[in-house]
Design a protein. Structure first.
Length: 492
């Protein structure tokens, strides 16, 4: 092929709409990335353990629990309950929804990028999303954050379509439903509406489009409002989140700097819809909104705005697309290799981190590993204690490992009490029950991740074990610890 024809071929591939199936490669790429090391050596950490144990409860038990705790994740728990019923409990069932949801988000980024910057931009953006470190972490996570990202991708694609051409009313209904589902999965995701409003204003859309967007966004917000009000009564669940500090802002600052640098080749001129006009607000405004909320109540966790990474992927894709267009006239053959080279360099540079995120050590603990230790340390009839009570999640996820053990502190099971950790009896009763035992297994955290013991019940447990029992076996693995105590002979 002559130089002129090569240049023309690259140009055709760079035009918006030139390749209608540019989304296929990002879809397959992201799914392959998600399936790689999906089981994480058969490990499940504490956040995923909450999903696991709730998904195995009946629908009535889940509704009972949501009245007391975790209502903010209610829709996600019901979805996972259906999947566990259909496919059985396993790490694949637990994490596969996140893999597929991230693939959907990557497809949306690819389609948006193709429309706004050409096929190379769409292809690069779609394949970038799954490579981003934050996305790689939640790509294989049995929690709802990847599903929220999929909703963000769908709603943003619907918005871009509405800006580019006249759409029927049902299009705005679909947009409202997408935002509503995002909000029901995590109501903090409603901050995406600020990004969408910024894109609409920057693109100088007509009054009719603004009104229709406002109606759809308002209906979605009203639909989520009961969840916001009800979940405020369960705010103690996030009381462990530390107050906002300056070093927490380093990550968002770096991301915004990268996004701004990627947007330079595609300046978002007022009145024109571009990748920068969509990507910069999507990347920046949810991050800044969460920072603002955290000044009132500590809420700053990157997973709450994971969907903002779609904006970063879109901007990176636009920068790659601009590089291809700039190189095509002078270096037509070489320009087609820009994206493969960029991906090869990125994959190589991120390989150590990618491997680390697919190892059990990437999470703070592993509830399945310590259950294996309980199996070979227990003796039928022994007692078991948990410090703190939330470590009972090991028993909830692996009940067979605790068969034959007596949970002497438990008064009401997690299922019956409608909680995640159950209800324990009074401290004096726990003390009396412990003193009647000869051998007790204690499941707790390793010192590296353990928090100070503050609950009265937990103080009684540790005090009685220290004064009347002797440790005879101790196993520590992946953030969890099981110690076997035997009663000391009374002093003469």
């Amino acid at each position: 092929m002559s130089t002129g024809r090569k240049s023309e071929a690259v140009f055709r591939f760079s035009r918006p709409g030139a390749t209608p199936h540019v989304w296929l490669l990002p879809l397959l790429w992201t799914c392959a990335f998600g399936m790689w090391g999906l089981a994480r050596q058969n490990s499940v950490w504490r956040d995923e353990a909450a999903t696991w144990q709730v998904a195995q409860r009946s629908t009535a038990e889940i509704w009972h629990m949501l009245g007391n705790v975790d209502v903010v994740h209610g829709l996600y728990y019901l979805l996972m309950h259906v999947l566990f019923e259909c496919f059985g409990p396993s790490t694949t069932t637990l994490r596969m929804p996140s893999v597929l949801a991230t693939a959907v988000a990557a497809v949306c980024v690819a389609v948006i990028g193709r429309r706004l910057g050409g096929a190379w931009a769409g292809l690069a953006g779609g394949m970038t999303l799954g490579l981003l470190p934050a996305v790689q972490f939640y790509l294989q996570e049995g929690r709802p954050y990847a599903l929220v990202a999929a909703g963000a991708g769908i709603s943003t694609l619907l918005l871009v379509t509405a800006i580019q051409r006249r759409v029927p009313a049902r299009h705005w209904v679909a947009y409202g439903i997408a935002v509503l589902l995002m909000g029901l999965l995590n109501w903090l995701s409603l901050m995406i509406l600020t990004a969408h409003l910024a894109t609409l204003l920057w693109s100088r859309v007509g009054r009719a489009v603004l009104v229709r967007w406002a109606v759809a966004a308002g209906c979605a917000t009203i639909g989520v409002l009961p969840l916001i009000v009800f979940s405020s009564g369960q705010s103690a669940q996030v009381s462990w989140i530390p107050p906002l500090t300056w070093h927490m802002l380093i990550g968002p600052g770096v991301l915004l700097a990268i996004g701004g640098a990627c947007a330079l080749p595609d300046r978002a001129r007022a009145g024109r819809l571009s990748a920068a006009a969509v990507g910069l607000p999507l990347l920046g405004l949810p991050q800044l909104g969460l920072v603002a909320l955290s000044l009132v109540e500590p809420l700053f966790l990157d997973r709450y705005v994971l969907y903002s990474m779609l904006g970063l992927a879109l901007l990176i894709g636009a920068a790659v697309g601009a590089a291809v267009r700039a190189a095509a006239p002078r270096f037509p053959a070489a320009s087609g290799w820009i994206l493969p080279v960029v991906l090869a360099v990125a994959v190589s540079a991120l390989l150590p981190q990618s491997l680390a995120k697919r190892s059990p050590g990437s999470r703070v603990d592993d509830v399945l590993a310590v259950a294996s230790d309980v199996r070979h340390l227990k003796r039928t009839g022994n007692a078991v204690l948990f410090v703190p009570a939330a470590r009972r999640d090991t028993e909830s996820v692996s009940p067979d490992a605790f068969a034959g053990l007596r949970d002497i502190a438990l008064m009401e099971s997690p299922e019956r009490s409608g909680t995640l950790k159950g209800v324990e009896t009074a401290p004096d009763r726990i003390r009396a029950a412990m003193l009647a035992e000869r051998r007790i297994l204690l499941v707790t955290d390793v010192p590296r991740v353990a928090r100070p013991v503050t609950a009265a019940r937990d103080r009684v447990k540790t005090q009685v074990l220290r004064e009347y029992f002797t440790p005879v076996a101790d196993e520590q693995i992946r953030g969890r610890r099981v110690t076997v105590y035997e009663r000391r002979a009374p002093r003469r």
